[in-house]
Ligand binder design. Structure first.
Ligand SMILES: *[C@@H]1O[C@H](CO)[C@@H](O)[C@H](O)[C@H]1NC(C)=O
Ligand SMILES: *[C@@H]1O[C@H](CO)[C@@H](O)[C@H](O)[C@H]1NC(C)=O
Ligand SMILES: *[C@@H]1O[C@H](CO)[C@@H](O)[C@H](O)[C@H]1NC(C)=O
Ligand SMILES: *[C@@H]1O[C@H](CO)[C@@H](O)[C@H](O)[C@H]1NC(C)=O
Ligand SMILES: *[C@@H]1O[C@H](CO)[C@@H](O)[C@H](O)[C@H]1NC(C)=O
Ligand SMILES: *[C@@H]1O[C@H](CO)[C@@H](O)[C@H](O)[C@H]1NC(C)=O
Ligand SMILES: *[C@@H]1O[C@H](CO)[C@@H](O)[C@H](O)[C@H]1NC(C)=O
Ligand SMILES: *[C@@H]1O[C@H](CO)[C@@H](O)[C@H](O)[C@H]1NC(C)=O
Ligand SMILES: *[C@@H]1O[C@H](CO)[C@@H](O)[C@H](O)[C@H]1NC(C)=O
Ligand SMILES: *[C@@H]1O[C@H](CO)[C@@H](O)[C@H](O)[C@H]1NC(C)=O
Ligand SMILES: *[C@@H]1O[C@H](CO)[C@@H](O)[C@H](O)[C@H]1NC(C)=O
Length: 688
């Protein structure tokens, strides 16, 4: 019998024929980003932002792997703790500990990340599966999306691990491809087979997340596997569509909800965290199919969100489903960090100023508000008007419990415990971007330093600034090559009254281009640039409700309510009983913040003034997001007015309350530093 020998020969001929065709001509190109990122670790933080990252590393996020049952005892590392069948806790941790460790060059955290990497890669199954699951019923793909985010960052930060990481990713992708082709196994549960890896469809609604990392693999390390990678991405999207989770059907006028619960029908699309992630969906898909209506849908999605479902602090109102514009409703901490990641991703793709502004607004307002100054406790949901933080006597939220606005270890649900850490490390990593070979843009402003090797030479750009607590950005740039350098000018900046100066030269008004970039063409050597952004008070009014919000620069300002802070041992999110001693550490507390000053103020929004309350030679306090720590305060004329309570918290503000008598001056501080706050103020109407 000669047949068996012919078959391998024929295959051999086929593979030679295939190999003789240049691979590039066969491969489809992904639609490109407008800007590229720099490898993780080439951007570091200084000043207050570095302090925040150190606090994070020394706080809860940096210690989960030492004691937290869902990370240290995760099934991913041989334990048996998971808070859901998604098995997502340890991959969430990995997704942020990698950028945190490399951004602050922290040996302890790098070692923890390395230990996890080794364990996971060393335990990769024969068939390519990554993670602890062994059966059809338990093998859901979703948590691999988080793992892959961590792996991609790791591969960029530590080239000595890249090959091994990429090999594991390929092996998994080939398996995922075969699973997905088999009726979307691992993405859509088959209940006939007893599947229970994603009972609420979270992974299914986030089917575009794995593709983000697969697109990176496709572009950087395709290894003759391009077709499989491409098809795997298509299958993920097709599975999402088959499972009824096509976000392009939701980002449509008339479909996108203009109200919050209980006036809307909830679905995967109305879930706040899903939605924050779903904002990336049309763009990830566009990179595959070039369907330009997806571009319009992205801006429509962000506009609809801003008009109908956003908080004044930049995030999404959702507890856990959409809550409209009510300052009484909650906004989950996971939403803040996912919004930051989405907005940085969208800015990188489109260069649209509003996306970067939105990333900054969340980074400087919503995120810090959700955290205690020392980074050891966090809320599950924050309220824009939050007169107290404790177990509420009723529930003003749709689908979270009365304990959810407490600062603690795992209030309401542990996902924010394991996910809050990605915010600032990824913000810093996305702060500078590259256009072409040698155009560097400072996109997400703050005290950040880029030190990298471009195609044409080396460059270091150090931005010294107290931004967002000051509008002055001082750049020291050293380059061995000519470069273009741009500073992104936020939309709120008054360009006429803002200036820049080169070296010791005279100041000139800003002249940013249509992309809102103030660009400098620099010859090699050392250059100093100063940019002075006029912060300016901005008042936004909501005429329908008679309320006003006050911003100064990128910061939302809020009434700083005094409080009595007490704490007790952390409660289990599920039993609401104290956790056993071996599941906590000395620093973990759940707090009760009771107000000790008045909060029922209506203001005259035209009366707001600004005052520097301390200088300290330009040195900021650490921690900065703490009471009395920030250098500027605003003052407004205010009157105490009748203001009801509702569902255990402050009701929506009274509409245009009438006031008489002379006002008192109230002091407003950055929202992120005021753990009890009012930021959506009733507008007082003075009787004449
Ligand atoms: C896939 O689904 C289709 C339609 O539900 C069904 O006919 C087919 O048997 C399924 N295949 C497998 C392998 O489960
Ligand atoms: C679920 O699995 C059963 C048994 O293999 C199969 O007949 C059915 O088609 C599957 N359903 C889907 C939707 O894949
Ligand atoms: C791709 O395939 C060709 C031909 O089989 C081989 O020479 C090459 O080493 C492969 N490249 C990679 C990155 O695996
Ligand atoms: C492009 O995407 C939109 C949804 O955003 C869809 O309605 C339309 O059919 C798509 N067009 C093509 C050619 O696929
Ligand atoms: C306006 O008030 C209504 C209730 O009277 C509330 O549902 C809505 O969320 C409020 N909107 C804003 C922007 O505060
Ligand atoms: C929290 O308050 C609710 C009432 O809103 C009460 O039923 C519950 O027992 C309280 N829980 C704790 C842990 O105090
Ligand atoms: C750029 O930096 C690398 C080290 O990262 C160094 O080896 C190289 O010589 C530098 N190039 C120039 C032109 O200074
Ligand atoms: C911008 O600044 C200029 C110069 O100080 C001033 O005249 C103008 O009114 C400002 N514009 C706005 C919108 O505040
Ligand atoms: C910088 O150089 C580019 C191309 O050489 C030119 O188009 C641009 O106008 C220059 N920009 C400035 C601010 O000088
Ligand atoms: C703060 O709360 C504690 C415990 O409830 C109480 O003993 C103390 O008197 C309170 N202090 C103030 C200033 O309200
Ligand atoms: C304020 O006073 C005017 C005039 O007396 C009255 O018409 C209006 O209803 C009052 N508004 C409120 C909110 O009480």
């Amino acid at each position: 019998m000669k047949w068996p020998q012919l078959l391998p020969l024929a295959l051999h001929l086929v593979s030679i024929a295939t190999a003789s065709v240049p691979t590039e001509s066969m491969e489809k190109a992904l639609e490109p980003f407008k800007y590229n990122t720099f490898p993780l670790g080439t951007i570091t933080a200084t000043g207050w932002l570095h302090d925040q990252l150190e606090l994070e590393a020394n706080g809860l996020a940096g210690h989960l792997n030492d004691f937290y049952r869902f990370v240290a005892g995760s099934t991913w590392v041989g334990g048996d703790w998971e808070y859901s069948t998604l098995d997502e806790a340890a991959p969430y941790w990995f997704n942020y500990v990698v950028p945190l460790a490399w951004t602050i060059d922290d040996a302890r955290l790098k070692a923890q990340a390395k230990e996890f990497l080794d364990y996971v890669l060393d335990h990769q199954a024969e068939d390519g599966w990554l993670g602890p699951e062994k059966t059809h019923q338990t093998r859901g793909i979703w948590a691999r999306s988080l793992l892959f985010f961590g792996l991609v960052q790791y591969a960029q930060a530590d080239p000595s691990e890249t090959d091994r990481i990429v090999t594991a990713m390929h092996k998994f992708t080939i398996l995922a491809h075969s699973m997905l082709k088999d009726n979307f196994t691992g993405l859509i549960e088959n209940t006939t087979l007893g599947d229970e890896f994603d009972p609420y469809g979270f992974g299914l609604a986030r089917a575009h997340e794995l593709p983000m990392s697969l697109q990176w693999l496709y572009e950087n390390y395709p290894r003759n596997n391009s077709e499989i990678i491409w098809e795997t991405i298509e299958l993920m999207f097709a599975g999402g569509v088959a499972g009824g989770k096509d976000w392009t059907t939701f980002f449509v006028e008339g479909v996108f909800p203009t109200l919050g619960t209980p006036y809307i029908t909830t679905s995967s699309f109305t879930h706040g965290v899903n939605l924050a992630e779903g904002l990336r969906y049309p763009t990830v898909l566009y990179r595959m199919n070039g369907n330009s209506s997806l571009l319009d849908q992205t801006s429509l999605a962000v506009n609809l969100l801003t008009t109908y479902q956003s908080t004044l602090a930049g995030s999404i109102t959702a507890d856990e489903h959409l809550g409209g514009l009510s300052p009484e409703r909650g906004s989950e901490t996971c939403i803040s960090v996912e919004m930051m990641f989405s907005m940085a991703y969208l800015y990188r793709f489109y260069g649209t100023n509003a996306y970067a502004d939105r990333a900054e607004r969340v980074a400087f307002n919503s995120l810090p508000a959700a955290l205690s100054p020392n980074w050891w406790s966090h809320q599950y949901v924050q309220q824009v008007n939050q007169p107290w933080s404790r177990n509420l006597s009723a529930v003003p939220f749709a689908n979270v419990n009365s304990y959810a606005n407490s600062y603690g270890l795992e209030p309401n649900f542990p996902c924010c415990t394991v996910n809050h850490g990605q915010g600032y490390p990824k913000y810093v990593a996305a702060s500078y971007v590259l256009e072409g070979d040698s155009h560097v843009i400072h996109a997400l402003l703050g005290p950040e330093t880029l030190s990298t090797k471009l195609a044409t030479g080396n460059v270091t750009i150090a931005c010294t600034t107290n931004y967002p607590f000051s509008g002055r950005l001082e750049y020291a740039i050293t380059a061995t090559t000519d470069i273009s350098f741009s500073v992104r000018i936020p939309d709120w900046v008054n360009k006429t009254s803002s200036q820049y100066s080169l070296a010791a030269g005279s100041s000139k008004p800003l002249s940013s281009d249509s992309n809102n970039l103030q660009t400098f063409n620099l010859t090699k050597g050392t250059t100093r640039i100063a940019v002075e952004l006029e912060m300016g008070i901005q008042v936004t009014e909501s005429p329908a409700n008679g309320t006003a919000a006050i911003y100064y620069g990128p910061l939302l300002y809020a009434l700083d309510i005094d409080y009595n802070s007490t704490y007790h041992s952390p409660l289990s999110y599920s039993s609401l009983e104290p956790l056993p001693a071996d599941q906590i550490v000395a620093q973990t507390h759940d707090y009760v913040l009771d107000p000790t000053s008045s909060w029922r103020y209506a203001i005259d929004p035209t009366s707001v003034t600004v005052q520097q309350v301390y200088d300290r030679d330009g040195q900021l306090q650490n921690p900065i997001w703490a009471k009395n720590a920030t250098p500027f305060a605003l003052f407004a004329d205010a009157w105490l007015v009748p203001w009801e309570e509702d569902s255990g918290t402050a009701a929506v503000p009274p509409k245009y309350p009438n006031v008489t008598g002379s006002p008192s001056k109230i002091r407003l501080v950055p929202y992120g530093s005021a753990k009890l706050h009012i930021a959506d103020f009733p507008i007082a109407v003075q009787s004449s």
